[in-house]
Design a protein around this ligand. Sequence first.
Ligand code: AMP
Length: 108
Amino acid sequence: MCIFCKILKGEIPNKTILEDENFLAFEDINPQAKIHILIIPKIHIDSFDVMAPKIMGEMTSFIQKVASIVDVKNDGYRLITNIGNNGGQEVKHIHFHLLGGEKLGTIL
Ligand code: AMP
């Protein structure tokens, strides 16, 4: 079982920001910005590459709620999803990184 499925089962603790029946948002254990939240679906999906558009649509609304809760909507934030080995994806359960709380460095 992947590490995020273990978090969802309660076998590994997490600092939850928001949860509903389909998604969980929690603090990244190794933050790369003042605010660094991970957002995952509760069903195991390997990556964005195989995610159904319907779930992506529902996840969009959930991520927007998370952005409100952590108060980054006015100043802006960054969303990242790494895909596969070349994308640098370490955990093979789709997740979005929400980064903010400060001016972020340019990566593109
Ligand atoms: P990625 O490289 O895109 O797969 O990102 C995986 C992320 O999961 C990294 O930012 C890790 O710091 C984070 N991470 C790994 N284990 C945990 C955990 N138990 N709780 C919170 N974040 C975690």
